[in-house]
Design a protein around this ligand. Structure first.
Ligand SMILES: [Zn+2]
Length: 143
């Protein structure tokens, strides 16, 4: 049986941000045990890379799902502008009260992007967020 194809269009965006992973109900030693260096008391920075993949019908007039320039403008506004050179624990309203792990960050970004493109013919299919070249977290439609 043939598998239906899924055509994705992906754009990457980079941002640098500070955070601290720390639970107030735990001691510093317990926080280090859970979060390692990410529990450093004064925070630290990461260079994040977000890959955002979208899917949808191909516009018969343009032959595209969406122009890359439209994705760039949207991701600059929704991701880069609110997050770049910010403290994720204190500076970002949509992260208020959220421990800024990569998992929580990618879930919050999923909501922000979906809200922004709700009226568009394309939709968000997958987000992949890395805070180092060695690992990433991934959130995908339907998983
Ligand atoms: Zn960290």
């Amino acid at each position: 049986m043939k598998t239906p194809e899924t055509l994705l269009i992906t754009r990457t965006i980079e941002f640098s941000a500070a955070h601290k992973l720390f639970r107030e109900d735990l001691t510093q030693e317990e926080n280090y045990a859970l979060f390692a260096k990410c529990a450093n008391p004064n925070g630290h920075g990461h260079n994040y890379l977000l890959e955002a993949s979208f899917t949808g019908p191909i516009d018969a007039r343009t032959g595209m799902i969406v122009h890359f320039n439209e994705l760039k403008r949207m991701l600059d506004e929704v991701v880069h502008s609110p997050l770049d050179h910010k403290n994720l624990n204190t500076d970002v309203p949509f992260l208020a009260g959220i421990l800024p792990t990569s998992e929580n960050l990618v879930r919050a970004l999923w909501q922000q992007i979906c809200q922004t493109i709700v009226d568009k013919p394309y939709r968000l299919f997958r987000l992949r967020l890395s805070s180092s070249s060695h690992h990433w977290v991934e959130l995908q439609e339907g998983l």
